[in-house]
Design a protein around this ligand. Structure first.
Ligand SMILES: Nc1nc2c(ncn2[C@@H]2O[C@H](COP(=O)(O)OP(=O)(O)OP(=O)(O)O)[C@@H](O)[C@H]2O)c(=O)[nH]1
Ligand SMILES: [Mg+2]
Length: 459
C-alpha cells in the first residue's frame, strides 16, 4: 500500500508544545512539503538535497527574515508518514511559530488535523492500527510501566499475536469456503476436530489477553484509590502530604471536605489516583449529605480503599465494625491509623498486633514511606512480567476481543450441532472481522476518526 500520492495535499502543524521554549518544531507532510518549504527558505535548494539531511538557512516572507532555522529533510518513502516530510526547527517563540505557520499556509500547505500525521503513516502502511494507538499511549505515558507497555505495543508485540491468531483462522475459513465450491460432493477439506481445537486454543489466548487488561488498565489509567474515614480523621491532610501540595482544605472543623478532590502521583512506577472524600457520618447538613453520598459512590468505583482513622479516638472493635459496614463488596483495602504523634502508649498498643495496619502521622509526614510501600504491595504488580506477557491496555481492543470470543463460541456451537459449512464459515468471518478491527486490517472512517482525533495536532 506504499503510495506517496494517496493524499495529494500537504499538511503542516506545530509539533512541539505551545509556549516559549529553546526551539520549536514545525512539521510538514505531503507531496509539496519540500517545495513549499523551499519557496520560503534561503539557503541551499532543498528540492535537490538528499533524504535525511539537515540544512541551515533563513525563512523569509518576501524580504523580511522571520527566523534562522534548521531544516530536516525526509524524502518519500523514507519518513514517518512515508510521504515527503520536512521538519523546521526554529526559535521557540509562539510569535515566530505563528508567523512561519501562516507563511506555509499561504504557500499552499493545509493545517493538519489532530493525529493526521500518524493517520497518514497508518494508511501508508508504516504500521498497523494497534501500533498507531500505542504512539498516543507513548506520548501520554507517565510511569515506567506505562512507558514500557506502550513501547512494546508500538514495536508490534501485541499486533504480532493478533495477526498470528487471525492467520490461523483465515486458513480454516478458506478451507471451508473451498468445500462450499464443491457443493453437492460432500467433501471436507477443513478437519473439524482440528478446527475445534484451534478455536479452543484461540479462546484460551483471548481469555488471557482479556485478563491482562485488569493490569493494563491500572498501568495506563492508574489505580483509583479512595481515602475514606470519619470527619477529622486527617484524610485531606494525608492527600496533601502524598501529593506534596496544599490541594485540599484542612481544618479542625469536622465536615470540611464536601466534594471529592483527586490527583495522581507515581509510587514505585505505578500511578495512583488518590481521591479525598467527605468524611462519613450521619449529617443534617444538606451539602455535606450530598458529599457523603458521593463518597459512597467513589467507594464502589475505586480499586483500592485507604480507610483512615484517628487512633486517638478509635478502638479496634469500632474499627472492625466500621470496615465491615463500609466494604460489603470486600474491595482491597488498607486500614491506616493516623495521628500517632498524639497517641498514648496504650492507644498504640491496642492496635499493635493488627495485621496489615499501617500507622502514620499525616500532619508530620511520619511513616509515609511505609504507607507507600503497603500501597504498592496491595496492587501487587510484582508478579507481572511486562517483558514476556502481552498486556492489553486499550478498551477498544477489549471490545474487539470480546466480540471475537463470542463469534468463536458460535463457531463451536455450530460445529457441535453439525451445521453446514456456509454457516460455520459466516461465524468464522465474524471472528476475523473483530480481530481485524484491532490491527486495522478492517477499518471504517468512524473508527479512524475516533482514534486519531484523540491525538494532539502535529502528531
Ligand atoms: N496531631 C495530628 N493532627 C492531625 C493529623 N492529621 C490531621 N490532623 C488534624 O486533624 C484535623 C482534621 O484534618 P483534615 O485533614 O481536615 O481531616 P479530614 O479527614 O479531611 O476531615 P473532613 O474533611 O472533615 O472529613 C486538622 O486540624 C488537622 O491538622 C496528624 O497526623 N496528627
Ligand atoms: Mg477533608
Amino acid at each position: 500500500m506504499i503510495n506517496q500520492f494517496l493524499h495529494n495535499d500537504t499538511i503542516a502543524a506545530v509539533a512541539t508544545a505551545a509556549g516559549t521554549g529553546a526551539i520549536a518544531v514545525i512539521r510538514l507532510s505531503g507531496p509539496e512539503a519540500i517545495s513549499i518549504t523551499n519557496s520560503v527558505f534561503k539557503g541551499k535548494d532543498l528540492t535537490q538535497q538528499a533524504s535525511h539531511t539537515i540544512h541551515f538557512g533563513t525563512l523569509r516572507d518576501g524580504d523580511k527574515i522571520i527566523d534562522e532555522v534548521l531544516i530536516s529533510l525526509f524524502v518519500a518513502p523514507h519518513s514517518y508518514t512515508k510521504e515527503n516530510v520536512v521538519e523546521i526547527s526554529c526559535h521557540g517563540s509562539d510569535f515566530i511559530v505563528q508567523q512561519i505557520m501562516q507563511l506555509l499556509l499561504k504557500k499552499g500547505a493545509r493545517l493538519a488535523n489532530a493525529g493526521e500525521f500518524t493517520k497518514r503513516a497508518f494508511l501508508n502502511g508504516q504500521f498497523d492500527l494497534a501500533q498507531a494507538e500505542a504512539v498516543a499511549d507513548l506520548i501520554a505515558s507517565d510511569s515506567a510501566l506505562s512507558h514500557e507497555v506502550a513501547m512494546k505495543q508500538m514495536r508490534g508485540g501485541f499486533s504480532q499475536e493478533i495477526k498470528r491468531l487471525r492467520a490461523e483462522l483465515v486458513h480454516f475459513a478458506s478451507m471451508i469456503e473451498l468445500e462450499l465450491d464443491f457443493g453437492e460432493e460432500d467433501v471436507e477439506f477443513a478437519d473439524r476436530d482440528q478446527l475445534r481445537s484451534l478455536i479452543l486454543n484461540i479462546q484460551q489466548i483471548i481469555r488471557e489477553l482479556l485478563k491482562s487488561f485488569e493490569l493494563g488498565n491500572v498501568i495506563k489509567n492508574g489505580v483509583p484509590t479512595v481515602i475514606v474515614g470519619k470527619p477529622n480523621a486527617g484524610k485531606s491532610t494525608l492527600l496533601n502530604k502524598l501529593l506534596n501540595e496544599e490541594k485540599a482544605i484542612v481544618s479542625d472543623v469536622p465536615g470540611t471536605t464536601r466534594d471529592f478532590i483527586e490527583d495522581e502521583i507515581n509510587i514505585g512506577g505505578i500511578t495512583f489516583r488518590f481521591i479525598d472524600t467527605a468524611g462519613l457520618r450521619e449529617t443534617t447538613d444538606k451539602v455535606e449529605a450530598i458529599g457523603v453520598e458521593r463518597t459512597m459512590q467513589k467507594l464502589s468505583q475505586s480499586s483500592l480503599i485507604i480507610y483512615l482513622f484517628d487512633i486517638t479516638g478509635t478502638t479496634p472493635e469500632e474499627l472492625e465494625a466500621e470496615l465491615e459496614k463500609l466494604n460489603p463488596k470486600k474491595l482491597p483495602f488498607l486500614p491506616v491509623a493516623n495521628k500517632i504523634d498524639q497517641a498514648t502508649p496504650d492507644q498504640l498498643a491496642a492496635f499493635a498486633g493488627m495485621a496489615g495496619l499501617v500507622q502514620i502521622s499525616a500532619a508530620e509526614g511520619a511513616r509515609l514511606e511505609e504507607l507507600k510501600q503497603a500501597l504498592v504491595n496491595k496492587v501487587n504488580l510484582g508478579k507481572l512480567n511486562t517483558q514476556q506477557q502481552t498486556i492489553v491496555t486499550n478498551l477498544r481492543h477489549v471490545d474487539s476481543l470480546n466480540k471475537t470470543y463470542e463469534a468463536l463460541d458460535d463457531v463451536l456451537n455450530g460445529l457441535g450441532l453439525g451445521m453446514s459449512g456456509d454457516l460455520v464459515a459466516a461465524d468464522i468471518r465474524r471472528a476475523l472481522y473483530s480481530l481485524g478491527m484491532i490491527t486495522g486490517e478492517i477499518t471504517t472512517d468512524d473508527l479512524l476518526d475516533n482514534i486519531f482525533t484523540k491525538f494532539c495536532i502535529g502528531k
